[in-house]
Design a protein around this ligand. Structure first.
Ligand code: ADP
Ligand code: 5GP
Length: 200
């Protein structure tokens, strides 16, 4: 399959392979925080910006955090095969732009910050992808983080909490599990995994 071939053959000048990294985990576990640090600290990693039909939160920017699009446009993109994967989440759609990922993998590692359904879909089509699931130190802590982040109503936080069990039930299907307790330690652990995978 085209995707797999690309992953195996994309090597950088120093003969390391470019990897497709999937970062997943329950809402509030710290995916966004860790993804941001990873791309700041590692110039060879590019973040894929997903398309979503949800409304922007305060402070979010179109083209930086997501491409915010209407449901009709999302549907068109699905029909045109424009997504590597997509899934529905809390009544909105989220999808990974396929062409960006394929083009960028020629030169860089690509990081996807997506939910477990999306991650497992990517793995099906691209077995060389590296699936990393972030785990919270406890359920209480993840709830506290969502409350502290203050981007959702309590009702929406409760919806997100309801989904945690589902996300965690898939953790064994992921290649790596990393507990995000101390932020710096978790980032180092993820960087170590990427480094090892690049050298495989
Ligand atoms: P996600 O993208 O998984 O929904 P975020 O990255 O938005 O989660 O993190 C949720 C909240 O938790 C944010 O306010 C963030 O600053 C905070 N956070 C992330 N990692 C840690 C950590 N290791 N310890 C304490 N707070 C954290
Ligand atoms: P949020 O609304 O908090 O930004 O994201 C909700 C969930 O959608 C998170 O679990 C996030 O990782 C996931 N998500 C974001 N982009 C994508 C994507 O392109 N595909 C899939 N499958 N999930 C995504």
């Amino acid at each position: 399959m085209k995707l797999k071939r690309l992953g195996n053959k994309s090597k950088t000048l120093n003969n390391k392979r470019n990897v497709l990294i999937v970062l997943s985990g329950p809402s509030g576990v710290g995916k966004g925080t860790i993804a941001k640090k990873l791309i700041e600290q590692n110039k060879n990693i590019a973040l894929s910006i997903s398309c979503t039909t949800r409304r922007p939160r305060e402070g979010e920017l179109n083209g930086r955090d997501y491409f915010f699009i209407e449901k009709s446009e999302f549907k068109n993109k699905v029909e045109q095969g424009g997504f590597l994967e997509y899934s529905e989440h809390f009544e909105n759609f989220y999808g990974t732009p396929k062409q960006f990922v394929l083009n960028t993998l020629e030169n860089k590692d690509v990081l996807l910050e997506i939910d477990v359904n999306g991650g497992l879909e990517v793995k099906k089509n691209f077995p060389d992808a590296v699936l990393i699931m972030l785990l919270p130190p406890s359920l209480e802590e993840v709830r506290n983080r969502l409350i502290k982040r203050d981007t959702e109503s309590l009702a929406k936080i409760n919806l997100r909490m309801d989904r945690i069990d589902y996300e965690l039930s898939k953790k064994e299907l992921y290649d790596y599990n990393v507990v995000n307790d101390d932020l710096k330690t978790a980032i180092k652990e993820v960087e170590k995994i990427i480094y090892q995978e690049k050298n495989k």
